[in-house]
Write a new protein. Structure first.
Length: 178
């Protein structure tokens, strides 16, 4: 059995979990999340916690056991506290703004880049920081990755879009011939 999968997920007050036909639905103050879980892992909701069972001890099943438990834990965390990713824009003239349901980035191209904000996410821009918030961890992380992909930080001057906690290794430029 997986060490992660053996731990039960506690259900906090204000959160309801329903499991039926391989689909788990978690409702909380920040929204509702639904996920189809793998059929090999048994899920039992009882007594204020969710327990997970593993039918055999094969490595793929152990991995699925831990994955299903982590997925449910992320769903519970998402509907109670939510997830946040912050990006930082560095570069002269680089900026971002939210217009309706899209994020407009001006990052040194001949045209502004417009990105549609996925359903369930809240995006805000303050000075040179982009804050992405939502209940689904995967959606928050994927959208943050897509925004960063527009203009990743370059190694010479560090210009581009990076995560707030990201360290960009800087390279030394050309040395004068001597």
């Amino acid at each position: 059995m997986s060490r992660v999968g053996r731990k039960a997920v506690a259900i906090p007050s204000g959160v309801t979990i329903a499991h039926k036909d391989g689909v788990i639905e978690v409702k909380g103050p920040k929204g509702t999340l639904k996920e189809t879980l793998h059929a090999r892992v048994k899920v039992e909701v009882a007594g204020g916690e969710v327990k997970f069972g593993c039918p055999d001890d094969l490595p793929p099943t152990r991995a699925l056991h831990g994955l299903v438990r982590a997925t449910v834990q992320n769903m519970v965390t998402g509907v109670t506290m939510g997830f946040t990713r912050e990006l930082e824009i560095q570069g002269t003239g680089f900026r971002a703004e939210v217009k309706g349901k899209s994020l407009n980035l001006t990052v040194g191209f001949s045209h502004p880049v417009e990105m549609a904000i996925p359903e369930g996410l809240k995006v805000s821009v303050a000075e040179n920081k982009i804050k992405i918030e939502g209940a689904n961890r995967h959606t928050v992380g994927q959208f943050a990755s897509n925004v960063r992909e527009v203009k990743p930080p370059e190694p010479y001057k560090g210009k581009g879009i990076r995560y707030v906690d990201e360290h960009v290794r800087r390279k030394v430029g050309k040395a004068a011939a001597g």
